[in-house]
Design a protein around this ligand. Structure first.
Ligand SMILES: Cc1cc2nc3c(=O)[nH]c(=O)nc-3n(C[C@H](O)[C@H](O)[C@H](O)COP(=O)(O)OP(=O)(O)OC[C@H]3O[C@@H](n4cnc5c(N)ncnc54)[C@H](O)[C@@H]3O)c2cc1C
Length: 302
C-alpha cells in the first residue's frame, strides 16, 4: 500500500474487506423490481440480496426500463425464465428470496439449452429494438438471418441425397457408409461432420441457399446447432410451452390465499408472504405443493 505514490505514510487502521451490508428480502419486490408496498419505488442490485456486478447491472436494466415504462403508462417488461438468465435471476429472487448473497449460476436455469450465448441476439434483440436501443438496420439484418436459418433448417430436413453421392464422401473421411438415401440433416447429425461439410456435397449453382449460408457464418452456426441438437431443443421447447400454460394464469395482486383452507398451512403462509404473480411462479415456491396448485388452478379458472 505504501508503494502507491501519495500513500507513503499511510497507516492501516481497519481492513476494508468483508464490508457488511444489509438488504431487503426480495419477496417484497415484484418481477418488475417495483416494491410491492410503495408504488414507483424500484430496488435493484445488492439491496435485493445479490452479490456481483452482473447481477446488479441486470437488475438495474430491468428496474430502469420498468420505471420508464410506468411513467409512460406502458405495459410492464418481464423476461421469462426461458428468455434470459436475467429472467431466472429475478424470478429466483422474488419467489425464493435469499438468506445469503445470491449469485447467478448457469445451473440455476432449467432451460439452459435455450439460453445460449450464441443465440442471445435471436432471443433478446427484439426487445432492444422495441425500446429504441437497437438501430433498425441491425434489427432487419437479424430478421433476414432468421429467415435464412428457418429456410435452411427445412432445406436440411427435406433434401435427400443418394448413396452414390454420399458414400464416396464418407469413404474419403473414413466414416461408415449408408445403404439408402439420407437427408442432409441426418448426415449433419454425425459428430464427425459439420453442416459446412455436408453442404459441400451439393451443387451450389443448383441450390442458391448453399452460398447464402456459406457466406453467413452466424446463420450457418445456428443451423448447425439446431440441426445437430434438434431432438433435445424440441423437447426443451415443449417443456417451456407446458410451463407457459401455468405461467400465464395470473393471480390477482390482492388475492386472499388465507381464505383457502384447502391449501396447506405452509402453502398459505408462503403464498401470502411472497404474493406470486402467476400460477407458474407459485408452483416454484418451496413448500407450495402440487395439490395447493390444483386448488388455486380450479379457483382461478372459475
Ligand atoms: C471489496 C469488494 C470486491 C468485490 N469484487 C467483486 C468482483 O470481483 N466481481 C463481482 O462481480 N462483484 C464484486 N463485488 C460485489 C459488487 O461490487 C457489488 O455486488 C455491486 O457493486 C453492487 O452494486 P449495487 O449497484 O447494487 O450497489 P453499490 O455499488 O453499493 O451502489 C449503491 C450506491 O448507493 C449509494 N448510496 C447508499 N446510500 C445512499 C443514500 N442514502 N443516498 C444516496 N446514495 C446512497 C452508495 O454510495 C453507492 O454508490 C465486490 C464487492 C466488494 C465490496
Amino acid at each position: 500500500m505504501r508503494l502507491i505514490p501519495g500513500l507513503k505514510n499511510a497507516k492501516m487502521v481497519r481492513p476494508g474487506y468483508a464490508v457488511e451490508y444489509d438488504y431487503f428480502p426480495p419477496y417484497q419486490v415484484d418481477l418488475t423490481l417495483e416494491t410491492k408496498l410503495i408504488q414507483g419505488l424500484y430496488f435493484a442490485g445488492q439491496i435485493n440480496g445479490t452479490s456481483g456486478y452482473e447481477e446488479a447491472a441486470g437488475q438495474g436494466l430491468i428496474a430502469g426500463i420498468n420505471a420508464a415504462l410506468k411513467i409512460q403508462k406502458k405495459k410492464e417488461f418481464i423476461l421469462k425464465r426461458s428468455d434470459a438468465y436475467i429472467g431466472v435471476l429475478i424470478d429466483d429472487l422474488v419467489r425464493k428470496s435469499t438468506d445469503e448473497p445470491y449469485r447467478m449460476f448457469t445451473s440455476r436455469a432449467e432451460h439452459r439449452l435455450l439460453l445460449r450465448q450464441d443465440n442471445a441476439d435471436r432471443r433478446l434483440m427484439k426487445f432492444g429494438y422495441e425500446f429504441g436501443l437497437i438501430e433498425k438496420e441491425l434489427y432487419e439484418e437479424l430478421l433476414e438471418r432468421e429467415k435464412l436459418i428457418e429456410e435452411s433448417k427445412k432445406f436440411f430436413e427435406k433434401t435427400r441425397l443418394k448413396p452414390s453421392v454420399i458414400n464416396p464422401f464418407l469413404e474419403k473421411k473414413n466414416l461408415s457408409t449408408v445403404n439408402g438415401g439420407e437427408t442432409l440433416g441426418k448426415l449433419a447429425k454425425r459428430p464427425e461432420l459439420s453442416a459446412k461439410d455436408v453442404l459441400e456435397l451439393l451443387d451450389a449453382e443448383e441450390h442458391p441457399i448453399v452460398n447464402a449460408l456459406l457466406s453467413d457464418p452466424r446463420a450457418l452456426g445456428q443451423v448447425e446447432i439446431e440441426v445437430k441438437y434438434d431432438g433435445y431443443i424440441m423437447r426443451q421447447n415443449e417443456m417451456v410451452k407446458k410451463l407457459d400454460k401455468l405461467e400465464n394464469i395470473e393471480i390477482p395482486q390482492n388475492f386472499q390465499f388465507n381464505a383457502f383452507k384447502s391449501i396447506s398451512t405452509e402453502g398459505r403462509e408462503k403464498l401470502s408472504r411472497i404474493k406470486p404473480r402467476s400460477l407458474g411462479q407459485a408452483s416454484r415456491i418451496s413448500g407450495v405443493s402440487p395439490s395447493d396448485i390444483s386448488v388455486l388452478l380450479i379457483h382461478l379458472k372459475n
